[in-house]
Write a protein that binds this ligand. Structure first.
Ligand SMILES: C[S@@+](CC[C@H](N)C(=O)[O-])C[C@H]1O[C@@H](n2cnc3c(N)ncnc32)[C@H](O)[C@@H]1O
Length: 267
């Protein structure tokens, strides 16, 4: 084995531990914060993926099953896959609450999907690519398990190039399992690299309160306050170097995440 491959393997193993740690702890708060209210991004994803009632759909890195449960009434069968058992536990809970019989859950890795080639008509994922060590490999896997003529859809935060490094810096402080949020241009290049044809591209603004965001994640000791200081500085200076248009409104700090939704066709 080459030395570089060894280092990459070690890093991947360490990163998997980080993902397990963060998302085991985040599983319940994530569902409570994002799974109960209205979420217009889900409607936009459904519009872009446009599943038919006879379609089979895979939700990669499904977390607590929010996307899977949203798509289940629109498709014949949905499979949600995640590498963290605690997330799948929450997903089963949401499925039971919503009484959706046509979903199954699978424990597994995005870069080694445990499915045969061309198993699904539609393969979607949300808020996962910025956690990957190798996003190109993950997109290739999504393409592999998608039928020819089917749809591969990725929705993720996509900072502007000018603020990308600062954005990734504070996001890694907030959630050490964050690797790198890609720009829209980088996400489009991944699609080209995977041999996919871009069919539709949309932007979405995802608004959050900073304290709510911090309460649902698990920064290392002291990093929560470092993040608060970064935002206070940015707002005081009247600039947007952190990439989320931070502002004070009604006594709280609000952020707007720029989200890109890309839907490709597998030729
Ligand atoms: C921010 S959550 C998003 C959950 C869900 N997609 C949503 O948008 O509601 C990210 C999820 O990606 C999962 N994840 C990260 N890396 C993964 C990998 N390599 N394979 C499978 N799941 C992964 C985490 O366990 C977590 O549940």
């Amino acid at each position: 084995m080459l030395q570089n491959d060894k280092i990459k393997l070690m890093n991947t193993a360490q990163h998997d531990v980080e993902i397990h740690d963060q998302f085991t702890r985040q599983a319940e708060p994530f569902l409570e914060r994002h799974g109960r209210g209205k979420d217009a991004l889900l409607g936009l994803m459904a519009e872009c993926a446009a599943p038919r009632p006879t379609d089979t759909l895979l939700d990669v890195a499904c977390g607590p099953g929010i996307i899977s449960c949203f798509f289940a009434p629109l498709a014949a069968r949905v499979t949600g896959l995640d590498m963290v058992p605690a997330m799948l536990e929450q997903a089963r809970r949401l499925q039971a609450e919503k009484q959706l019989p046509n979903i199954e859950w699978k424990l597994g890795q995005s870069t080694e999907l445990p499915f045969a080639d061309e198993t699904f008509d539609c393969v979607v994922t949300r808020f996962s690519f910025h956690h990957y060590m190798d996003p190109q490999a993950a997109l290739r896997e999504m393409r592999r398990v998608c039928e020819s003529g089917g749809t591969v859809l990725v929705a993720d935060v996509a900072p502007r190039r000018e603020v990308q490094d600062r954005f990734n810096h504070w996001e890694i402080l907030r959630d050490p399992s964050h690797t790198c949020a890609l720009t829209l241009a980088e996400m489009k290049a991944l699609g080209e690299g995977a041999g996919l044809e871009l069919r539709r591209q949309e932007n979405f603004s995802f608004v959050m309160e900073l304290e709510d965001l911090l309460a649902g994640s698990f920064p290392k000791p002291g990093d929560g306050d470092r993040i608060r200081a970064l935002f206070a500085e940015d707002i005081a200076a009247g600039r947007d170097s952190l990439g989320v248009a931070a502002r004070r409104e009604e006594g709280v700090i609000r952020l707007t995440y720029p989200v890109a939704v890309l839907a490709w066709r597998k030729p």
